[in-house]
Design a protein around this ligand. Structure first.
Ligand SMILES: Nc1ncnc2c1ncn2[C@@H]1O[C@H](COP(=O)(O)OP(=O)(O)OP(=O)(O)O)[C@@H](O)[C@H]1O
Ligand SMILES: [Mg+2]
Length: 274
């Protein structure tokens, strides 16, 4: 039997580049509707891969498959050698895939409380040990708190670490979600509309944060966003969905000029969606 290690310092993020995330022929159906129709794309290690498309195209459905909330009718998702399809959400999170949700903004607790919730999954100490306040547990908790503080700094929330989230601006509250996802030490971060509802200044700050996070932590990012300026600025590659089908794939520049993309967004070819 392998003994569990004693509670020591908090786990550090895995070394080296993240594994490739591969989505192959994923189909999801709801009653009569095909929300994803044999969709494939590959997220290169350490890249920002944008998933764009008009409302109802299937972007959040795709995230729900990647994070294990939906099981596809067919198709596969792999992270390196690991098959993710059919795994429960907590198993996928443990393999290094973390996400934010399109419409959820935290209102409870302080920034620190919310980030420590993210660390909980990584905690080695069991419930009994925590309740007994064993010294090794407090050491582990302190290490988690230190790491949560570092992540708050990285995401521009360092000055608000002990502030109740209810007192933060909307933009900062949305960034708490991003920071909480980072507290899982993911290798792949799924961001579902990270700047929705933000003003221009908040959008610019979040774009800088995503850039900084990618550079500092070396993780892959899958970005769902309607803000084309942000997509064009941050993405290395873009996959475009429309009515559940992949209609285009390429560099931001290729996508900007792609006739099918222009048609999907504007109904007419020849204009630039950005
Ligand atoms: N749980 C569900 N049950 C039934 N239909 C669903 C469900 N979830 C999504 N759909 C439908 O699947 C399609 C894709 O929805 P999805 O939320 O993935 O789109 P989206 O690209 O994220 O759109 P938006 O940009 O508006 O967020 C839509 O037609 C939606 O109504
Ligand atoms: Mg959506």
């Amino acid at each position: 039997m392998k003994l569990r290690p004693t509670a020591g310092p908090a786990p550090v993020r895995p070394q080296g580049p993240p594994p490739e995330l591969s989505v192959r022929d994923v189909t999801v159906r709801f009653a009569g509707l095909t929300a994803l129709d044999a969709v494939s794309f590959t997220v290169a290690p350490g890249s920002v891969h944008a998933l764009i498309g008009p409302n109802g195209a299937g972007k959040s459905t795709c995230f729900n498959v990647l994070s294990g909330l939906y099981r596809p009718a067919s198709g596969q998702v792999r992270l390196g050698d690991a098959a993710l399809t059919g795994l429960a959400p907590h198993r996928i999170a443990a393999l290094g895939v973390a996400r934010t949700f399109q419409n959820i903004v935290t209102t409870e607790g302080t920034v620190a409380d919310n980030l420590m919730l993210g660390r909980h999954v990584l905690s080695k100490a069991g419930f009994a040990a925590t309740a007994l306040r064993l010294p090794a547990v407090s050491r582990e908790q302190r290490a988690h708190l230190d790491r949560a503080r570092e992540i708050a700094e990285l995401t521009g929330l360092g000055g608000h670490f002990d502030t109740p989230v209810g007192l933060l601006s909307y933009g900062d509250r949305k960034r708490v979600e991003l920071a909480r996802a980072l507290c899982l030490e993911p290798r792949v971060l799924l961001l579902d509309e990270p700047v929705a509802g933000m003003n221009g200044a908040e959008r610019a700050r979040t774009a800088e944060t995503v850039d900084a996070v990618r550079a500092e932590l070396g993780l892959s990012v899958v970005l769902v966003e309607h803000d084309m300026g942000l997509v064009m600025r941050l993405a290395d590659e873009v996959t475009v969905l429309d009515f559940g089908r992949r209609i285009a794939h390429g560099s931001p520049d290729e996508i900007r000029r792609h006739p099918d993309v222009l048609r999907a967004y504007l109904g007419t070819p020849g204009e630039d969606p950005a």
